[in-house]
Design a protein around this ligand. Structure first.
Ligand code: PRP
Ligand code: GUN
Ligand code: MG
Length: 165
């Protein structure tokens, strides 16, 4: 699959697995919650929305907002741009706020987001080594040369048997 290059490996995540991993993230976040709990979640669209919903459900957080940062066209990276900001009257400097994304790769997206909400706690389900230092809590690390495929970008399809007739 040429459009996956230069990534050596593919890590294919099912709906079931992202659900379990996002729940594991919520469990960890509960363990480091401030007194009184997290007051809001900010999902980084679009990939952060599914894990953010699961985390908000598990931790009973009703205030959920979004920030939209566009940094990739398919697998080609360009400079990240904020297209939509959260309600800063509610989010403030980010104290007691959880920022959730599906993954961190180079960390460029999170750099932009953290600058807006410097006191927020940053959580991703998956992390690659280059961007790991931008994240406070994550669940699974994959190597830098791995491309993660999410269930919303995939479909079930027929696979040839190992041995033909
Ligand atoms: O750490 P970085 O190198 O900045 O990359 C990580 C970001 O890239 C992907 O989002 P993308 O910009 O592709 O948008 P999407 O979530 O709408 O798919 C992913 O969901 C992260 O948000
Ligand atoms: N789906 C997906 N988006 C990304 N954006 C940056 N890295 C990745 C990745 O490994 N998978
Ligand atoms: Mg994203």
């Amino acid at each position: 699959m040429n459009d996956r290059l230069p990534h050596e490996k593919g890590f294919h995540v099912s709906w079931d697995q992202i659900h379990r991993d996002a729940r594991a993230l919520a469990w960890r976040l509960q363990g480091v919650a401030p007194e009184g709990g997290w007051r809001a979640v900010v999902a980084i669209t679009r990939g952060g929305m599914a894990p953010a919903m699961i985390v908000a459900r598990e931790l009973d957080i009703r205030t959920v907002d979004t920030i939209s940062v566009k940094s990739y066209d398919h697998q080609t990276q360009s400079e990240p741009r904020v297209i939509k900001s959260p309600d800063m009257d509610i989010i403030g400097d980010g104290e007691g706020v959880l920022i959730v994304d599906d993954l961190v790769d180079t960390g460029k997206t999170l750099e932009v987001v953290r600058a807006k909400m410097p006191k927020a706690h940053v959580a991703t389900v998956y992390a690659k080594p280059m961007g790991r230092s931008q994240v406070n809590t994550f669940v699974t690390e994959v190597s830098q040369d791995t491309w993660i495929f999410f269930p919303w970008d995939m479909a079930l399809q027929y696979v040839e048997p190992y041995r033909g007739t």
